[in-house]
Design a protein around this ligand. Sequence first.
Ligand code: ZN
Length: 479
Amino acid sequence: MDMRYRLLRVKNQAGKWSNGIVWASDHRLKTLAKRGYITLFDSTHKTNFLQFKLFTWMCRTEVDHKTYLPCAGALLDSESGDTIAAALAQICHWIKDLGLEWRIKYALTDDSAAEQRAVALTFTEESKESLGNVFGEVEHLLCQWHCKQTLNRQLHGDVLTPANRHLQAALWSRRTEAGCDESIQAALDSIPDGTTIKKKNKPWDPKRYIREEWQATKRRWGNYRRMQEQILMQVRTTGGNEGWHNQLKTALGLRKNQNSPFSLAGVLETWEDCARVIDARYKKGLSQWNTKELSVCTEFPWMKQFPFPAQVILNDHLVAAQNRQVEESQITKELTESNECDCKEFWKCLLPCEHMLEAFLYGDAVEPDWDKYSSLFLDQKFDVYEGKRTEVAVDAGADSEGDRSMEKISASSKLDMEETANRIKDRRYAIEDQIRLSGMTLENAERVMRAYNQSLAMAAEKLAGMSINEHLQLEASDS
Ligand SMILES: [Zn+2]
């Protein structure tokens, strides 16, 4: 086997020692070196009885827009920037051993301070030579979906909802830096001077919060930064980790009310098993690149010009175009002189969007230049998007209402629901930890857990009994 691993023992900034193990296989390190232009960080807790945190570094492969390969992993006993940085440095050294360099330009994470610190510690301009990070300093990007959740958690209620809306506009729609600044300023201006809110019985200054946590870091989360490069438009969230997460949890048989019985070696072995499944998917994707075909190609032969993964994207656009036709309220969108659209979907992949397909199939637009669009993939696969700059610079204004459809609303609400479910689980874990720390008797621990589950069941029952009108009333009273 080509698996490498190394034990880590690191002193963190508080002077405490922490331990861990980092591992990777040569063939996946090779992919990480090549495809890690944007590297996703994933962390999972509760995978083993020692409560080490499991980290996985993933990158998107060139076979399509949704296959993310877990390339290296680590189990660390503390979530400190220093420990994570030590694991990252080890991965760099292994890649160098293979005679390669890590082409990492962006790190994409949830909102973890430790991970942000680890990236800043590891990938500096100075470390370029010794660690082989070709682009020098790595830019840190935050998952936009997690940012949205944070905004909704922090800024709600009568006084703060307008600020939330302005920041969401900067997060999802403002296309230029000036536009982003404008929205942040509008968010600040929407809060009356001297507003203080009580949070956990302490005074909290929302303006200061926005200045420190959002304005100062706008490059990490603002839509304008993502609009500058195709790959950043495509990989906006850490959603690519989700499938991996679930796969691991299923393989480890992690169940809600149980502590994981796994040893570190057991987790490592399972990690490897799961990664092999994705290796196989990756391989299959490569073999199907030019051979597999969607059945709609019979009806729309122009689609045959595109590799399979591009057909999948085009087919989504096609379905959306057909839906637009069915919904009478939708007006056909005006295209530019070169017969193209200026919506985000078009710029994202440079493939005809639903508006262009609608105009061509049902309107009077001329046939799109298929050769032009399909030639994008001639010499490269989906890695063609890495480092490809976009040419959009127009600010779409505060919000583009026109881009909404029932599917989008439904997809977004599903994400919101999953996040709520995750928070319920997190809360459970937190209570369990508290019980363990408090040295409570088993009898009392059982009571606390039962009480927690009871509260949850009551909330669920109340929810099930509510009518749509009642939901709406609740929403109105909340904002
Ligand atoms: Zn469009």
